[in-house]
Design a protein around this ligand. Structure first.
Ligand code: GLU
Ligand code: MG
Length: 465
């Protein structure tokens, strides 16, 4: 133990020296709270070794913060007492291209005695990854990032009301090259910043809604995928600011329009072999992959309270908006909540699945952990995938949907939270403290927006994530 600590100290000192040679003055240590907001403590670069050794103090009350910065309470958390230690993950320290003089590291949270904090979402994600590994499964995951870009207003960005006019810096059509031409310097800078930070960009394109774009990045292990999406988002935000722009990752930027999703892609491997490429198996899925996906499909109503955690999420979740609002799966079906992607036939890693329903208000660590827990539960109970859905379930009549056994996923946060509250597998996986804190935050978000009109919810949450 002693020698490990000494080695860590040595590594941290070397890292601090490298950062200082690169002109880094400050390191931002982020964690994501249960309302999906990346919160931060920053330290001078020369304090990195001390932070790696002893952590940085922070209050456990952040676990019951809501997206409007109000504070609620759960049975275990809330109030002014107690302290935690935030430990930077030295392996992920990244010099930030969009914020000269800054570096970033994701952090894990421990108590004063050095024990894992039971509500640490990043450690939850790691625990679930290890649980999958104990079952012989390796997961590769990646989030898609969608965002809407507007011109920053002359005044303070926070001075935005419900009737704030959105000033789009591009006017081109959905998916149109015009938008790329209009914002070509900005988009190049986003891509370059990501790539020098070690993020492997797969593609970037204009999306459907006004001012909307999407970037997809290479998959990695689940914790890396969650770290990556935090880094991607903060990088886009930083590059936007430098271009006089603002980026919104909110689920519903304008109520009634297509929103921002944050779809989670995943693939399963055993002994290095993809379980999505099994010869002669239905849809190429090995039995464990089919059961894992069946577990996710079955748990989707409860998972929505993790992946769609804001009342604003339910403005986005409209039928026929590519958000996947019915509890069904489909092969390459963009209206299915769970989409199977077959990929190019000669690509051994091309086959994977996508949870379409999630958005960027989700804590990505909770999202990957909960999806793994649901998938492993599916394997434990030998769940089978039902028949896939083709076409848009939203255009079918009520009776035809009923005949096919397709039900609507929760249409409100209350309904999703009720399902999470009753979900035994997610309660078991998350543990009482984390599960209770997440539910307390969901209930507080519901109460906060209970009387609000859709436009007001979208305006109030537009710049929160
Ligand atoms: N913007 C859509 C959503 O809300 C997704 C569009 C797409 O299929 O990428 O999730
Ligand atoms: Mg998209």
């Amino acid at each position: 133990m002693g020698s490990r600590a000494a080695q860590q100290r040595q590594e941290a000192r070397q890292l601090a020296a490298r950062l200082s040679a690169e002109g880094v003055r400050n390191v931002a240590l982020t964690w994501v709270d249960n309302a999906g907001i990346a919160r931060v403590k920053t330290i001078p670069a020369e304090r990195l070794a001390a932070a790696a050794e002893r952590g940085v103090g922070m209050s456990p009350v952040f676990d019951v913060f809501t997206s409007d910065d109000a504070i609620t309470a759960s049975d275990h958390l809330g109030g002014p007492d107690g302290d935690l230690r935030l430990f930077p993950d030295l392996e992920r320290v990244t010099t930030l291209a969009g914020q000269p003089g800054w570096a970033w590291a994701p952090a894990d949270r421990y108590d004063q005695l050095g024990l894992p904090h039971p509500a640490c979402q990043r450690q939850f994600a790691r625990r679930m990854t290890e649980r999958a590994a104990a079952a012989g499964l390796e997961l590769r995951m990646g989030f898609e990032t969608e965002w809407v870009v507007t011109r920053a207003p002359a005044g303070h960005p926070a001075a935005a009301g419900a009737d704030e006019p959105l000033d789009y810096p591009c006017t081109g059509p959905a998916y149109g090259m015009t938008r790329v031409v209009e914002l070509s310097d900005y988009l190049r800078d986003v891509t370059e910043a990501l790539s020098v930070q070690g993020i492997d960009v797969l593609q970037l394109h204009p999306e459907y809604a006004p001012g909307q774009f999407e970037v997809t990045t290479a998959p990695g292990d689940p914790v890396r995928a969650a770290d990556d999406v935090v880094l991607v988002r903060e990088t886009i935000r930083a590059v936007s600011v430098r271009h006089g722009l603002r980026a919104s990752f909110a689920p519903s930027v304008v109520a009634g329009q297509v929103g921002n999703g944050c779809h989670l892609h995943l693939s399963l491997y055993r002994d290095g072999t993809s379980l999505h490429r099994t010869p002669d198996a239905p849809w190429g899925l090995a039995p464990d992959a089919s059961a894992f996906l069946g577990g996710i499909l079955g748990a989707l109503p409860a998972l929505l309270a993790i992946g769609c955690p804001s009342p604003a999420s339910y403005l986005r979740l409209q039928p026929s908006h590519w958000a996947g609002v019915y509890q069904c799966w489909g092969v390459e079906n963009r209206e299915a909540a769970l989409r199977l992607i077959t990929g190019a036939p000669d690509d051994p890693d091309g086959g994977h699945a996508e949870v379409k329903t999630f958005d960027a208000a989700a804590n990505p660590y909770l999202a990957v952990g909960a999806v793994i827990a649901a998938g492993l539960h599916g394997i434990e109970y030998a769940t089978r995938l039902p028949e896939p859905q083709t076409g848009d379930p939203g255009v079918l009549g009520v009776r035809e949907r009923a005949r096919r056994g397709i039900v609507r996923l929760p249409a409100t946060l209350t309904e999703a939270a009720d399902r999470l509250e009753k979900s035994a597998p997610l309660y078991e996986a998350m543990g009482e403290v984390l599960h209770g804190a997440v539910l307390a935050v969901r209930r507080a978000e519901e109460a906060h927006f209970a009387e609000s009109e859709d436009d007001a919810i979208a305006a109030a949450t537009r710049w929160r994530w």
